[in-house]
Ligand binder design. Structure first.
Ligand code: SF4
Length: 187
């Protein structure tokens, strides 16, 4: 059914900010950061069986400058964290992020000195997906939660809150400690 059928000869009124939010929520462009098995589930979510295009989020970009939804799926090591941070900073505002699976959210079973014990220590995370691995339905659920957030959020306030991400200096501190030979598990 087209919009014309729905409205008939009537008309629709709205606010500009609601119209923009409607457009944003239904055209999310994901930036996949898949490093391990969770990425396979992410790929599956984009396949015809689960069909992410039903939610307008199937246009996966491998360029951060064209993306507004970062999906971190898999283990992230201390060496890879600067890359992830760089990708996050290169994505234009407004932007959102999903931490997919136990490894990205808390290190999973990999409680070692090389492994980041939760990406939220270094980049902001909007939605966490539990599980090892989460199913494609879980990722779809997370995208729908992001859509709700996009509709309800004050974009300017979101950008202001994220300016000067407090997590950023922490990576340099951890790398310096590691260079000195102080290999503690990052918490
Ligand atoms: S949470 Fe499980 S499935 Fe996902 S990357 Fe870690 S070990 Fe693999």
């Amino acid at each position: 059914m087209g919009l014309e059928d729905f409205l008939g000869d009537g008309f629709l009124s709205t606010r500009i900010k609601d119209l923009l939010a409607w457009g944003r929520r239904n055209s999310l462009w994901p930036m996949p950061f898949g490093t391990a098995c969770c990425a396979i589930e992410m790929m599956s979510t984009l396949s015809s069986r689960y069909d992410m295009s039903r939610f307008g989020a199937e246009v996966v970009r491998f360029s951060p400058r064209q993306s507004d939804l970062l999906i971190v799926g898999g283990r992230v090591t201390l060496k890879m964290m600067p890359v992830l941070q760089r990708i996050w900073l290169q994505m234009p505002e407004p932007k959102w992020s999903i931490s997919m699976g136990a490894c990205a959210s808390c290190g999973g079973v990999f409680d070692t000195y090389t492994m980041i014990q939760g990406v939220d220590q270094f980049i902001p995370v909007d939605v966490y997906i539990p599980g090892c691995p989460p199913r494609p339905e879980n990722l779809i659920d997370a995208v729908r939660l992001i859509q709700d957030k996009v509709s309800g959020v004050d974009i300017q306030r979101l950008i202001d809150e994220r300016t000067g991400i407090p997590q950023l200096p922490r990576l340099e501190e951890m790398q310096a400690r590691r260079a000195r030979g102080a290999f503690e598990v990052p918490r």
